[in-house]
Design a protein. Structure first.
Lengths: 273, 273
């Protein structure tokens, strides 16, 4: 078998901030041989309240930055950017790009028995109806109920994930959804897995909670195999972290999420790309 | 008396987003003859969790943009940018620039009887200790207690200002401060006046609540008089609004704050400046 030349090149993973680390963590677990360059756009976080034009522009800048790191593939670990920018950047860049929406939708379609699926996400993700469209392509008779939960991201970012107040905010946003007969719900924002146990408690066993990160890593694995660019060097993987702001705060947060010591994150000026 | 040539030129007012409209509102009230060009950096909001370097860079870009509108003076209607960037940009630009910290500190120093002053603000504003330094310059024996309240901005932005949950968040952040014997508290973020009645209820009559917007408009008035650039044309004032993202959402919010029909806000790409 011919040795692939790109194998040792890293995977580029990006998000608006720290949330995408939940996806990076899943890639580290499932593809422990792959090098990763992570970028968190902490200068412009959050993306969920911003417009499609800006999300596309931000995504282009980040992909151009990641290309300077010679990445062999890119994972958009942000639901908002996947929902609003993936189709556009896939056409513009000559590199495999994986988003989180299609994997999340597929996992939900596989899990649901009654075809009724809930999606919690940012305002931009829900308004785009991308999950609804993708789910219907896979299962036309499915019914999808979306709900924007804009306070979830700041609650996580400000360390309130385990606070009583978060229970109340979950109830404010999701009480209507709990009254429906959905049997599956997608955590449609990469921050939300950090609220997973609370949301599972809230819905009880009746509702299967889908975290798209797991399926996204599986998709990435398939893409690497298909293009013959998986890392087979046998060397241990290295992880690099870049942010557009507040590198120290990011590194601190990263250490609470990753099974890996993030000693340093480097700050770059993303507007230059 | 010689007619000033710059009189009819507008005042540039900027903020990270909608919060600065509380300052613009005060300028409209106190200086009804002045034209205003407002810029809200909605593509990069919030500023409060970001680094000094980026806040300075953002402020420079915005001032360069406002200069293209031929403004005669600039008001930094954002506490975070006033705390971290005012000194730097004042030296770099040849135009009068007024921030909100000095006026807010002065109002608090005038109001306090026991010299004990609380400041609620963003993480960046409180960490900078700018309020403490400025207050001590005015009243060296004053003691200042700062408290970052990072969830206040998203609560306001997401329409929870009057929700019960906001009471609980106020209690989480400010219960320690309420136990002290401060007699004056500064609302050290331009979003916080939108929570003013809640915060006043929480502290009761014992504590005088300072909103720097009022004093900022007074400072601006003094600067215009000093430099002989007040508008004496007698024409009715015009207001223009620019944002870096989501112009419609901004206009909707602006209409809930301003005694003026914001029919349109224009979106520009601030990174080009």
């Amino acid at each position: 078998m011919e040795m692939n030349s790109k194998g040792t090149a890293p995977i580029g993973v990006f998000d608006s901030g720290v949330g995408g680390l939940t996806v990076a963590r899943e890639i580290m677990r499932q593809l422990p041989q792959e090098n990763i360059v992570y970028f968190g756009d902490t200068a412009r976080v959050p993306y969920g309240s911003k417009s499609k034009d800006n999300i596309i522009r931000f995504s282009r800048q980040i992909i151009r930055f990641l290309e300077t790191k010679d990445v062999k593939a890119i994972v958009i670990a942000c639901n908002t950017a996947s929902a609003l920018a993936l189709d556009t950047v896939k056409e513009e860049f000559d590199i495999p790009i994986v988003g989180v929406i299609v994997p999340g939708a597929r996992a939900a379609v596989q899990a649901t028995k009654n075809g009724k699926i809930g999606v919690a996400g940012t305002e931009a993700t829900i308004r785009s109806e991308t999950y609804t469209k993708v789910i219907r392509q896979m299962k036309p008779e499915a019914s999808v109920i979306g709900k924007p939960c804009p306070l979830f991201v700041p609650l996580v970012e400000e360390g309130f994930a385990k606070h009583k107040i978060t229970e109340e905010v979950i109830d404010i946003y999701l009480s209507d959804m709990r009254k429906t007969d959905i049997d599956t719900m997608i955590l449609g924002c990469t921050h939300y897995p950090l609220l997973r146990s609370r949301i599972m408690e809230y819905f009880g066993e009746r509702v299967h909670i889908v975290n798209p990160a797991y399926e996204t890593a599986m998709d990435l694995k398939a893409v690497l195999a298909e293009q013959n660019i998986a890392n087979e060097s046998g060397e241990s993987a290295t992880y690099e972290f870049y942010v557009s702001d507040a590198a120290e705060k990011f590194a601190h947060f990263a250490n609470t999420i990753l099974p890996y010591d993030v000693t340093a994150a480097k700050q770059i000026n993303i507007e230059e790309y």
